[in-house]
Write a protein that binds this ligand. Structure first.
Ligand code: SF4
Length: 520
């Protein structure tokens, strides 16, 4: 057990009288007391404990003093935001990171982040390997604040999973069923209509629609579904269909699975019926070995990127995911992020030329030089220029959503799946590598709302929305009803030290009056 003397020897000032007798704390290395703990560690959830353990150097077990500024008394719990880097200046944060650095080999990586130079794949790997996760998260927090200040975005949305019947059997998927299997379902258009009315009633701004690759539903079903939603709720943004669904539609519409033209035809038809943007699902990990081992029959990473490139060319914004924590390596994750970064560079090149955004020198994942768009540049004049649907003639990637693999009920159930710190680190590194993505999301449904709070402090700027029904994954045995209230989301953001701001799908602030809303 650490003694009070040894703590004082480290320049730490224990607070007289602040001992917690009911729980046993021990403080070993307090080198970065920038987070407060709102509850004794023994009452924190296991994931939070691990985070606290690393970030603040607090270890459960033994009896020890509580250190000043690490504890917020319970009677102030609901009134004070945590003191985090979110509340201080970016310059001060940079200095603090240098002074608190425990892994000095990270210094060149910090230099690059602070000067706005692009991180290399070696930098990304080093960030996965370093024991100094505090520095990783703090750097990501600086980048997230350059891009989004102290804003934590959320939206009021509805997820609609129209059918879980799927022709494929990806090994990490616990959602899909075969036609006559127990639990298989598909929505009629009447059922879709009911859900749209519910969304309208709740004041939702977005309908998020994905499903399995249904072997028998015709392409017309999907067009009718979009038209029905558009006609019922013209203001509701329809974000729908992952890249693998788009390729499936091309096949069932008789346009073939290969080449660009079928994909373009499908996207144009869906857009004309009401499609507003594409979600980011189905990217998994862009690697041939991973593809062969986990989702062999699904489209390749190259094909996924093709679909999103064509959607951008057709003026639709899209999003991207990485499903990590199964059979891939850290190097695979970094390459996945690099491929997305490279695609976004290409997508934003014309926008950068039209808007006088200077391009930085960079090399792609195969070592070839090219011009790079660094939206998170420390120069305020540069990063003030961000792509918007008004300034960008094509669509672009808006958000990266890191998704932890959840093994339950999948064919990979024997794998452990990632835990809290791995989730936090992957999100932070995603934020740092994707310097040309405006947003990184803490998807609370798969990360939990409590982890989403920590993620807001470690690189994320968005928490997704109210959701209500979600059938794809279920954390800890949750059912399909997975709903949080706006109040929950706002409270989570404020408690983490950020300002909650409601957005629409295109990240425009929403002015709300009850169920009514508008974009100014
Ligand atoms: S991940 Fe998608 S394509 Fe693969 S089995 Fe599940 S629903 Fe089907």
């Amino acid at each position: 057990m650490e003694s009070r003397t040894s703590l004082l020897g480290k320049g730490i000032d224990p607070v007289p009288g602040q001992f917690v007798s009911s729980c046993t704390w021990n403080v070993d290395i307090i080198r970065a007391p920038w987070k407060r703990i709102d509850e004794p560690p023994c009452s924190l959830r296991s994931e939070e404990k691990k985070h606290v353990n690393v970030c603040c150097g607090v270890r459960c077990g033994g009896v020890g003093p509580i250190v000043r500024d690490l504890v917020v008394p319970r009677d102030r719990y609901n009134h004070r935001p945590m003191t985090t880097l979110a509340n201080s200046s970016l310059d001060a944060d940079g200095e603090r990171i240098y002074s608190a650095l425990s892994d000095t080999s990270l210094r060149p990586v910090i230099d690059r982040v602070m000067s706005g130079d692009r991180l290399t794949s070696d930098d990304g790997l080093q960030l996965f390997q370093t024991p100094d996760i505090w520095t990783v998260g703090s750097l990501a927090n600086i980048v997230r604040r350059r891009l989004n200040g102290d804003v934590a975005w959320y939206n009021i949305n509805r997820h609609l999973n129209y059918s879980n019947i799927c022709a494929l059997s990806c090994s990490f998927c616990s959602f899909q069923r075969k036609k006559d299997e127990e639990g298989a379902y598909e929505y009629s258009l009447e059922e879709v209509h009911e859900q749209v009315l519910e969304a309208l009633d709740a004041g939702a701004t977005e309908m998020h629609i994905v499903g399995g690759l249904h072997p028998w539903l015709p392409f017309q079903y999907y067009l009718d579904m979009l038209s029905l939603i558009r006609d019922t709720a013209p203001g509701l943004h329809i974000k729908a269909f992952t890249a693998v669904e788009i390729v499936h539609f091309s096949r069932i519409a008789g346009k073939g699975r290969e080449g660009d033209e079928g994909i373009r035809w499908v996207i144009q038809a869906l857009r004309d019926a009401g499609l507003g943007s594409l979600p980011g699902g189905g990217a998994e990990v862009f690697d041939d070995r991973v593809h062969a081992e986990t989702h062999r029959t699904k489209i390749s990473g190259d094909r996924w990127l093709d679909v999103h490139r064509i959607a951008h060319e057709e003026g639709l914004n899209t999003n991207a995911t990485i499903l990590y924590g199964h059979v891939e390596t850290h190097a695979d994750r970094i390459r996945h992020l690099q491929l997305l970064r490279q695609e976004q560079d290409r997508t934003l090149n014309d926008w950068a030329l039209d808007n006088d955004v200077p391009l930085a020198d960079s090399i792609d994942h195969e070592g070839r030089p090219h011009g790079a768009v660094v939206l998170s540049h420390p120069d305020v004049a540069i990063r003030r220029l961000q792509p918007t649907p008004e300034t960008c003639s094509t669509g672009y990637y808006q958000t990266l959503i890191p998704l932890p693999f959840i093994p339950d009920d999948s064919k990979l159930e024997h794998l452990p799946g990632p835990m809290g710190l791995e989730n936090l680190r992957t999100l932070s590194i995603s934020r740092l590598m994707l310097d040309n993505f405006p947003h990184v999301k803490a998807f609370w449904i798969m990360q939990t709302l409590e982890m989403a709070q920590l993620m807001l402090q470690n690189g994320a700027d968005d928490m997704d929305g109210t959701v209500v029904w979600y059938d794809i994954t279920k954390v800890d045995g949750a059912g399909t009803h997975q709903e949080v209230t706006v109040r929950d989301l706002q409270r989570a953001a404020r408690e983490a030290g950020f300002q909650p701001v409601e957005r629409d799908t295109l990240y425009r602030p929403v002015q709300r009056d009850g169920r009514a809303w508008r974009i100014d």
